[in-house]
Design a protein around this ligand. Structure first.
Ligand code: KIV
Length: 275
């Protein structure tokens, strides 16, 4: 009996090889059920630390823990079979040293079975990215707006609007690429800079609020479905599920209160008594 599954999951090298080719479609997911839907159509599923804000109602991603990421990473792996699953390394799990980063990344890979991790930061994380990549950890980097730095940057604002900021973001992108990242998320940068960054590195750039000039795009699933209370203005809505859910919940509560829901006798007819 073979222990190999019939469906071959995409790997980090498969995604790396998509540079300049068919654009990479990536969405977040934190649950088995949404992962199974995203898996049918997307190349990469990101178990983003945005789960802290989307699922837990936190103000920022800073309080998210490694255990939270591993728990949801498990669920997404169970729900998917084809897409590469990348799990975010949360704030505090990798910045102290490259050894700390390796121990956290190893836990994520071993305990979830995912195919890569993502971490935020550019040139200052390059040494860590190299350390991980040389030890068998596929790393997706994340530059531009890095939400885990909210307490030092002050707000979730677009990056590189002033051309004098470009050099720093260019150095970050080149540094993570040279360090061995297999792809890089570029968040909240204007199109001319996104185009320049995409042309500068041999790895795929995956934009979020960074225009069509990138090699792919990632969005937070709940944002594009109309389920998040606060949505960045660059997000295109592909659904409007919030009002639909609210209507269903309101209808349900009204039916329960008026005893209009199907009676148990209707769902489970009584068996005839044996003579
Ligand atoms: O946590 C997340 O969902 C992310 C995306 C916004 C790229 O990092």
């Amino acid at each position: 009996m073979s222990i190999q599954s019939d469906v071959k999951r995409l790997t980090a090298p498969d995604i790396r090889a998509r540079k300049g080719g068919e654009p990479i479609a990536m969405l977040t997911s934190y649950h088995a059920h949404t992962a199974s839907l995203v898996d049918k159509y997307c190349d990469v599923i990101l178990v983003g630390d945005s789960l802290g804000m989307v699922m837990h109602g936190l103000e920022t991603t800073v309080p998210v823990t490694l255990d939270m990421m591993i728990l949801q990473g498990h669920a997404v792996m169970r729900g998917s079979s084809r897409a590469l699953v990348v799990v975010d390394m949360p704030f505090g799990s990798y910045e102290a040293s490259k050894e700390q980063a390796f121990m956290s990344a190893a836990r994520i890979l071993k305990e979830t079975g995912c195919g890569g991790v993502k971490l935020e930061g550019g040139a200052h994380m390059a040494e860590t990215i190299r350390f991980l990549a040389e030890r068998g950890v596929p790393v997706m980097a994340h530059v531009g707006l890095t939400p885990q730095s909210i307490n030092t940057i002050g707000s979730f604002r677009a990056q590189g609007r002033d051309e004098s900021d470009w050099a720093r973001i260019e150095q970050d992108t080149v540094a993570v690429s040279e360090a061995g990242a297999f792809s890089v998320v570029i968040e909240a940068v204007a199109e001319p800079l996104a185009a320049k960054l995409t042309g500068m590195v041999p790895i795929p750039t995956i934009g979020i609020g960074a225009s069509v000039a990138c090699d792919g795009q990632v969005l937070v699933l709940e944002d594009m479905l109309g389920l998040s209370p606060r949505v960045p203005k660059f997000v295109k809505r592909y659904g409007d599920l919030g009002p639909g859910i609210e209507k269903a919940v309101a209808d349900y509560a009204a039916e329960v209160r008026s005893r209009a829901f199907p009676a148990a006798a209707h769902v489970y007819p009584m068996k005839a008594k044996k003579a």
